[in-house]
Design a protein around this ligand. Structure first.
Ligand code: KG4
Length: 336
């Protein structure tokens, strides 16, 4: 029997959740999206400041909803990384303060591993699994031979896919976070613009910065010629190439690795075309697919406490000297 309180603050969501033996008692999320929209992306300093302002309200609401008092909590978990350094520090300091005050252990949680394990809210993970982690800050293929075992078999060489969606959206004058309007507009568009497919090798790696620049150049050239940009068509053309790269690497991974389940994780896993393509490829095969519910694709502390339960059972806790790591690798989740 353990009650774990977890804090997520890696980017622009302040979230606190409480779990008791697998049962999620509360999950409160304060999103900062509106405050960052005028900057066309997350403004890190503002994110840190808003985490400071929001933490206490989110904490009180999470406790109230769970009908739990702080002295009942057995351990305090927090996102140690990856993420924005200032934002991570705030969540960690809140967790440390509570752990000192109540003399309870601290559990450092890897944000991307948590995105993967959030899928356990849907159904159990089956191993060996391939986790496709696609978010605003990361693009990784993570092979999991067994439970809590992570091997990065492919990763982006430059920008993350979500970052690319956001920057392309900004170029097209669409609001942040850009993945949402691009996904929506793509449904009304045709793939009529020719864009380059980056990284011509046979690895499982990704590259998105060239694609982002290609869209920017295309928009500048067409505008200079006085041609109007067909925004929906450009969204569809871009999205096909961006998601196509994932599907292409999936095909390679399926040939090279034993895979019983494919797991989608991270903000970009909300993309309807990616979901459609995954179902098209894997439904009816002997490979299981988990597509997370939309609430699980955005940052939240439910996923932090879910993974924290695994870490707790494995005896993984840290002392007060721990620091955040904005570049923490998933295969180093036991090292801090
Ligand atoms: O996982 P997340 O909250 O960010 C990190 O923790 O890094 O994901 C946010 C990213 C943003 O880049 C956003 O544009 C993208 O997920 N996103 C989408 C969609 N919804 C959100 N990208 C493509 N299609 C969507 N429907």
């Amino acid at each position: 029997m353990a009650i774990i309180l977890g804090i997520e603050s890696s980017c622009d969501e302040t979230s606190i959740a409480i779990i008791k033996d697998g049962e999620l008692l509360s999950n409160v999320v304060a999103t900062q999206i509106e405050m960052h929209q005028k900057y066309g992306g997350v403004f890190p300093e503002l994110a840190s400041r808003l985490h400071c302002e929001n933490a206490i309200f989110v904490l009180n609401e999470a406790l109230e909803k769970a009908n739990i008092t702080l002295d009942q909590v057995d351990a305090f978990a927090f996102t140690r990384g990856p993420g924005l350094i200032g934002a991570l520090h705030i969540g960690m300091q809140v967790a440390k303060t509570l752990a000192i005050l109540y003399n309870k252990p601290l559990i450092p949680v890897h944000h991307l591993a948590a995105h993967i394990y959030a899928n356990e809210f849907v159904k159990p993970l089956i191993f060996p699994a391939l986790s496709i982690v696609v978010s605003g800050g990361n693009t990784e293929f993570v092979y999991m031979k067994e439970d809590m075992d992570f091997e990065i078999i492919g990763e982006t060489k430059d920008d993350a896919i979500g970052e690319c969606f956001d920057k392309v959206a900004r170029t097209l004058g669409l609001p942040y976070p850009g993945g949402i309007p691009i996904d929506k507009l793509s449904k009304e568009g045709q793939h009529t613009y020719k864009l380059p497919v980056p990284l011509h090798d046979d690895s499982l790696n990704f590259s998105y910065s060239g694609l982002k620049t290609a869209v920017l150049n295309l928009v500048n050239n067409e505008t200079a010629k006085g041609n109007e940009i067909r925004v929906a068509d450009l969204c569809k053309s871009f999205q096909d190439v961006a998601i196509g790269m994932i599907m292409d690497r999936l095909e390679r991974a399926l040939k090279r690795y034993e895979i019983k389940q494919v797991v989608l994780a991270g903000g970009v896993s909300a993309n309807s075309y990616l979901r459609e393509q995954m179902h098209k490829r894997l439904d009816g095969t002997d490979i299981d697919l988990i597509v997370p519910p939309i609430w699980c694709t955005t940052d939240n502390a439910a996923m932090i406490v879910r993974l924290a339960e695994h870490l707790w059972k494995m005896g993984i806790t840290c002392d007060m000297s721990v620091s955040s790591d904005p570049n923490w690798r998933i295969d180093k989740y036991k090292t801090f």
